[in-house]
Design a protein around this ligand. Structure first.
Ligand code: PDD
Length: 287
């Protein structure tokens, strides 16, 4: 089945989906995006992703081009046309095409793009064996709560992690972990409680994080919403990350230091199972 992408209302082969060089996303990173996990052909937590998209657009003052039901219909159509059962759906809205000038252009329609990436999420080596992370300084701007397409700091952070043999970077500010380059960061204390940074402008409000917190509460796991330091993370019983593209992934080393016994821990495994169960549950998914 050949790949189909979405551009401004049309479903097209990728080579026909062209965006002008004056697009403000290209020139200024003037846009926002969302990424939604797909499992069994269904969008996971899609309502929450669309809610966050609405918020991101509002914060940067771009009119939302579609209603929530229109978005859902277009996303589902794209998944169907690509025959994707498992993977990631990316969508992006920029302020549109106009002569290069910093001020908002008047009367310009936003540019809307979407594509899918088929990939395994439920059963991957990372999920089974855990991954390594390294810490890097958080060099991003102040409004990390907006899912901006300006990702240069994360590109550099994640590349640095890869060159050090790790799969994710944990960004650090004032000694405290903010979040991963493209994921939310969690530790599990020796007493068995989950620690996660509270929401603020310092981090993206992760949708997987939000569902995971609900599932943990329902499961009776103790939650501590507070900042944690790099040292506390080194000393944690377990660590893990969450994201729409990976769900829950165990972290078995940080900066080369083994976490716990160096294997995915029981609480992380349990949460991963609970999340997968939820993601596979048709009543909860957007369809
Ligand atoms: N990234 N923090 C950052 C900085 C992120 O970029 C992401 C997601 C998350 C997790 O959010 P969610 O659970 O809503 O996916 C946290 C996506 C997957 C990406 O950029 O590919």
């Amino acid at each position: 089945m050949s790949r189909i992408v979405f551009l401004n209302g049309s479903f097209l082969p990728p080579e026909e989906a062209k965006v002008p060089i004056m697009d403000r996303g290209f020139l200024f990173s003037d846009g926002v995006y969302e990424g939604v996990g797909v499992i069994d052909g269904r969008l996971v937590d899609n309502e929450a992703h669309l809610e966050r998209l609405e918020r991101s657009l509002r914060e940067i003052r771009i009119d939302n081009p579609y209603s929530r039901s229109e978005w859902t219909r277009l996303e589902q159509e794209l998944v169907r046309r690509n025959g994707m059962t498992e993977g990631f759906l990316y969508l992006q809205v920029t302020r549109g095409v106009a002569e290069r000038d910093f001020f908002f252009p008047q009367g310009v329609a936003p540019t809307v793009t979407m594509f899918t990436q088929a990939k395994a999420i439920a059963d991957t080596p990372a999920a089974r064996d855990g991954i390594a992370v390294v810490t890097v300084p958080d060099r991003r701007w102040e409004r990390r709560d907006i899912k901006s397409i300006s990702l240069l700091a994360q590109v550099l952070a994640k590349q640095e992690a890869r060159e050090k043999g790790a799969q994710e970077a944990w960004m650090v500010e004032d000694g405290y972990v903010t979040e991963g380059g493209s994921s939310s960061a969690f530790i599990v204390t020796k007493a068995g409680s989950i620690v996660v940074r509270p929401l603020s402008n310092a981090i993206l409000p992760g949708i997987t994080r939000q569902s995971l917190l609900r599932l943990s509460r329902e499961d009776g796991i103790v939650l501590e919403e507070r900042r944690f330091t790099v040292e506390e993370a080194y000393d944690a019983a377990e660590a893990f990350l969450t994201s729409a593209s990976n769900f829950v992934v165990p972290i078995v080393s940080i900066d080369g230091r083994r976490i716990g016994d160096g294997k995915p821990g029981p609480i992380t495994k349990r949460l991963r199972e609970l999340y997968l169960q939820m993601a596979r549950e048709p009543a909860v998914a957007a369809e």
